[in-house]
Design a protein around this ligand. Structure first.
Ligand code: OFO
Length: 177
């Protein structure tokens, strides 16, 4: 059985993950409107990943005989000046999420909740990839320096990202990713 304060912290993180999905869906919609289909595809895939992260935490709380209590979501920003501004914002957001997981691990350690700590280690490593992915796109956009041709090519590249299936995590147990 999970302790109440660890459960509350995990419920809060479920909200953070859905908030992340909401933010990336807002970016996807903005890219779509600007006819940057590849950028939009990348952000939709990212939003799908965030929902999988949320469900991984959701399933874990249930598996530990805890109670999932969903919280309200923030209204995300609707428009960004350009892809660079959006991706810088995504990169900063991922750094914020990394901080959330470090705080969660600290809480789990304080409570000697080893199962939660081990589960959270997956997220810590996932955050290394998430920060690297957004950071790499920021670097590419900075190198392009506003080139239309560069933007076209990057849009093609980002459009090859495939969408994950959140349904897998909804159906699965704590192992669903
Ligand atoms: Fe983008 O990160 Fe979830 O956890």
């Amino acid at each position: 059985m999970i302790k109440k304060n660890v459960q509350d912290a995990l419920n809060n993180q479920i909200m953070e993950e859905f908030n992340s999905a909401y933010l990336y869906l807002a970016m996807a919609a903005d890219f779509e409107e600007k006819k940057l289909k590849g950028f939009s595809t990348w952000m939709k895939a990212q939003a799908g990943e965030e929902m999988i992260h949320a469900m991984k935490l959701y399933n874990f709380v249930n598996d530990r005989d805890g109670k999932v209590e969903l919280q309200g979501l923030d209204k995300p920003q609707a428009t960004w000046k350009d892809p660079l501004e959006a991706f810088k914002s995504a990169y900063n957001h991922e750094q914020y999420i990394t901080g959330c997981f470090n705080d969660l691990i600290k809480r789990a350690r304080e409570e000697i909740d080893t199962a939660t700590e081990i589960m959270l280690q997956w997220f810590v490593m996932e955050q290394v990839e998430e920060e690297a992915a957004a950071g790499e796109i920021v670097q590419k956009l900075e190198m392009m320096g506003g080139s239309k041709e560069g933007l076209y090519l990057l849009d093609q590249e980002l459009g090859t990202r495939t969408l994950p299936s959140p349904g897998l995590a909804v159906a699965g147990g704590a192992e669903g990713e």
